[in-house]
Design a protein around this ligand. Structure first.
Ligand code: AMP
Ligand code: ZN
Length: 140
């Protein structure tokens, strides 16, 4: 019992208890879960209770950020009634980022790739936020 109390206290001191309860970073093999857990560094541009956004390591536009849920979800195919609220929260982050980068008026693109044909390489859902240049359509 004492051990359990200490364990909880440790989580609270580290500020990780709420993350633990929400299932954040639950996939030990996932690169983006490691970013959520701050085990891998990232240039974080937005953070809320459920969402984190950071700069893409290989930017495809002058502004290229990735918006991810803290809780691990592998692909769009795993979205259902139990977790779909996270998609709205991700777009709230997009709107806020657009204002903070001052591209809300000029415009930007938001993309989520799925599986092999969609070009997904990291299997923890993420919105690409691309801005700062004219983007062509259709994408390649
Ligand atoms: P996707 O190909 O749609 O799965 O997108 C994955 C994105 O993650 C790519 O644009 C990568 O450049 C980006 N990426 C991979 N590793 C990192 C990292 N450690 N930090 C930031 N972005 C990364
Ligand atoms: Zn993950």
């Amino acid at each position: 019992m004492l051990m359990a109390a200490r364990y909880h206290t440790h989580f609270l001191e580290e500020g990780k208890w709420s993350d633990y309860m929400s299932g954040a970073g639950e996939n030990n093999d996932c690169l983006f879960c490691k970013i959520v857990e701050k085990k891998i560094p990232a240039d974080i541009v937005y953070e809320s209770e459920d969402i984190i956004a950071f700069k893409d390591i290989e930017p495809k536009a002058p502004i290229h950020c990735l918006i991810i849920p803290k809780k691990h979800i592998s692909t769009i195919n795993d979205i259902d009634g139990s977790n779909s609220n996270i998609i709205g929260l991700m777009y709230e982050a997009v709107a806020q980022l657009a204002r903070s980068f001052n591209v809300d008026k000029d415009g930007y693109r938001v993309v989520m790739n799925c599986n092999s044909n969609g070009g997904q390489t990291v299997y923890h859902i993420h919105l690409h936020f691309l801005a700062g240049r004219q983007l062509s359509w259709p994408p390649g």
